[in-house]
Design a protein. Structure first.
Length: 250
């Protein structure tokens, strides 16, 4: 079993039960105790769990964040619907900013039929996928954040200041009417906020699992961006519509 597959199993078990025992993981993964201890050490270093005697417990904090390999396997169908709807807002010759969210990444396959678009991104993963689609791409430099594969820091911010965008597409860890759009990392928050300010139109892409969740840093109020979502109920959509534009992707 690959290391990332074991990571995913450990995190899935924590999500279901809150606490997981190494002896149970040995049976599930058919891996050794020493291997699983190393896995838990790696995941604790990423602030994804807290090791305890004989196992681990979930790490819950306004500053906690799932790793990119974990995010990519959550709500895949909804992300695809959102990505398709987001791509439909893009016109030929648009200049876009795409941040490092996995929901934002889901729109890239649907951009391949657009003509003469230019994309600026601070995501290594998104840059590779854009390149595979022969889409003209500028990669913003900076420090690589291992957990999200985002480029962050002062040099990233200074580069974004040089550009203007027709549209920006931003991921979020949580949103609600009172707290706005939030993310755990202050540096990623600064990048998202700046990209929104530099765009004629800004869209936050988030499925219903992000609604009424809050993280440490606010990067925008609810009316700073339009929202493209999937899975929200009618009552929630109507409530959000009083504050900002929202498109429910089906």
């Amino acid at each position: 079993m690959l290391t990332e597959e074991r990571y995913q199993i450990i995190l899935d078990q924590l999500k279901k039960h809150g606490i997981v025992k190494i002896k149970d993981l040995v049976s599930i993964t058919h891996s050794s105790t020493s291997t699983l201890r190393r896995d838990m050490q790696d995941l604790e270093n990423q602030n994804l769990l807290v090791r305890i005697h004989g196992g681990a417990k979930a790490f819950n904090s306004l500053k906690s964040e799932e790793a990119v390999f974990q995010k990519e396997n959550i709500n895949v169908d909804k992300k695809t619907l959102i990505g398709k709807a987001a791509a439909e807002t893009v016109h030929d010759n648009d200049v876009l900013f795409l941040d490092a969210g996995t929901t934002v990444k889901s729109m890239i396959p649907f951009l391949r039929d657009k003509n003469e678009i230019l994309v600026v991104t601070n995501s290594i993963d998104n840059a590779m996928l854009l390149s595979d689609g022969n889409i003209e791409t500028f990669v913003i430099g900076g420090q690589l954040k291992i957990s999200t594969h985002a480029l962050i820091g002062s040099s990233t911010i200074n580069e974004i200041k040089k550009y203007n965008f027709d549209k920006s597409f931003i991921g979020t860890n949580g949103f609600d009417i009172d707290s706005g759009f939030t993310t755990p990392d202050p540096e990623e928050s600064s990048i998202k906020r700046l990209a929104i300010q530099k765009s004629k139109e800004a869209y936050v892409l988030a499925d219903n699992s992000k609604y009424k969740k809050r993280s440490f840093c606010q990067f925008g109020t609810i009316n700073d961006c339009s929202i493209i979502s999937s899975g929200l109920n009618t009552a929630d959509i109507n409530l959000i519509k009083k504050e900002t534009n929202i498109l429910e992707a089906n």
